[in-house]
Design a protein around this ligand. Structure first.
Ligand code: NDP
Length: 437
């Protein structure tokens, strides 16, 4: 009601909040202090929203004006943390819903990070390196006032990868005249990025799914897995799935999907996507047993034991969920952010499919980002194995806590409710301790 009255146009934000609220009702009933102190009302209002002009010049000398944002949602648990997205769809509604989700995801990691999200409606596609650099420099020329290692430490998201983080960091360092490496994460390893950050989200997803299956006495060994996407999350989800003895039979990009009954050849996918920056259809040129199909949704028609949507939001609708269930899927683990539409999630849960929700299952990326900040503060770089072990422990704790709260307040297998409740209680208790701020 509050959101509808204040911001009638922010439908995505309102829908996200109301879905989360539905799951935390049992906690509110048991904790009247959260209601009395209006914790919910405070949580849905960002602590600060910054909106600013980003003027920049293209290679032809033409001037463009984009809009930049930072939504600093909640800093109860630690400095704000969350990605920057450069995409034409970026607007306040989307950033507020992402920032709200980020508060919960970050709280689940158990690490000292609050939640934020930001970005711009700038479209980096087709822009030269120097155009992207000029844009990033202009963006940071305003953003620097609002961030800092103890204030707000942004990371990458859609349209913001290693190149953009490099340009943003360079401009921050130049303006501040200070090497505050922990102000941005996702940095390249040779200037204080973390080892295992690249692998973290995909590996973390598999650690979470493994824990969820272990609890039911199901082994990942020899399970057939359908993966969507062939970007960062998908690639390292496939890598860890193989290391754990499973067989991955699909992957995709925004044009179509590949089905390889012999098991996807991950080296070939890395060569196509990371080295040649090509299209996934090229896979069948060197793998005659594999099939390429145009269109993305068809990937969910491939029979499997486990489905791992790792491409984008809204990629599993109710129809896809029905096909997966018909084929006997045992578990769905969300690598992407909100890849399953709400009716699809309901359908999985009603049909006893083990469901690992994104905010818990893909929290490995932000967890290792927080570990990158710890390494930066110590001015040390940990080994790959050290970071990976910490990632494994963090994912295990996320799973255990979500499961424990699902058992306590909802259906024991409802990890959506379990994750929301775990995060809400952590943030709410800290907010109570901080008084009315
Ligand atoms: P990438 O850009 O590296 O990869 C995205 C992949 O998805 C690409 O293969 C892309 O294909 C494909 N894709 C895009 N749209 C579609 C579509 N409609 N259908 C099928 N495939 C599609 O992104 P990431 O792997 O980093 O991120 C994937 C998801 O995971 C996003 O939702 C992101 O927000 C989320 N996430 C990522 C984290 C991380 O650490 N990277 C952390 C937490 C969440 P194409 O090559 O054609 O563009």
């Amino acid at each position: 009601d509050i959101i509808t009255k204040r911001d009638p146009d922010q439908k995505q934000f309102r829908n996200t909040v109301s879905k989360v609220l539905e799951t935390i009702v049992p906690v509110l009933e048991q904790h009247p202090e959260f209601k009395e102190q209006k914790i919910l009302e405070r949580m849905i209002e960002p602590e600060r929203v910054v909106s600013f002009r980003v003027p920049w010049q293209d290679d032809q000398g033409e001037i463009h004006v984009n809009r930049g944002f930072r939504v600093q949602m909640n800093s109860a648990v630690g400095p704000y943390k969350g990605g920057l997205r450069f995409h034409p769809s970026v607007c306040l509604d989307i950033l507020k819903f992402l920032a709200f989700e980020q508060v919960f995801k970050n709280a689940l990691t158990g690490l000292p990070i609050g939640g934020a999200k930001g970005g711009s409606d700038f479209d980096p596609h087709g822009r030269s390196d120097s155009e992207v650099m000029r844009f990033c420099q202009s963006f940071m020329t305003e953003l620097y006032r609002h961030i800092g290692p103890h204030v707000d430490a942004p990371a990458g998201d859609i349209g913001v990868g290693g190149r953009e983080i490099g340009y943003l960091f360079g401009q921050y360092k130049r303006i501040r005249d200070s090497y505050d490496s922990a102000v941005l994460t996702g940095k390249r390893v040779d200037y204080w990025g973390s080892l295992a950050r690249t692998e973290a989200t995909g590996y973390g997803l598999l650690y979470f799914v493994k824990d969820m299956l272990d609890d039911k006495g199901i082994s990942l060994k020899d399970k057939v897995i359908v993966v969507s996407g062939s970007g960062n999350v998908a690639t390292y989800a496939m890598e860890k799935a193989y290391q754990l003895g499973a067989k991955v039979v699909t992957c995709s990009d925004s044009n179509g999907y590949v089905y390889d009954p012999d098991g996807i050849d991950l080296d070939a996918v890395k060569e196509i996507k990371q080295v040649r920056r090509g299209r996934i259809r090229e896979y069948v040129q060197t793998h005659p047993n594999a099939e390429y199909h145009e269109g993305c949704r068809g990937v969910w028609t491939v029979p499997c034991d486990i489905a791992l949507p790792c491409a984008t939001q809204g990629e599993i609708d109710l129809d896809s969920a029905k096909i997966l269930v018909e084929h006997g899927v045992l578990a769905v683990g969300e690598g992407a952010n909100m890849p399953s539409e709400l009716p699809a999630i309901d359908y999985f849960q009603k049909n006893h499919v083990l469901f690992a929700p994104a905010k818990a299952a893909n929290a490995g990326g932000v967890a290792v980002s927080a570990l990158e900040m710890s390494q930066n503060s110590e001015r040390l770089q940990w080994t790959f194995e050290e970071v990976d072990q910490k990632l494994k422990d963090i994912m295990s704790n996320i799973y255990k806590n979500a499961r424990m709260n699902a058992e306590k307040y909802a259906d024991p297998d409802d990890l959506v409710a379990g994750a929301n409740i775990t995060a809400f209680v952590r943030v709410a208790n800290i907010m109570l301790a901080h008084g009315l701020v």
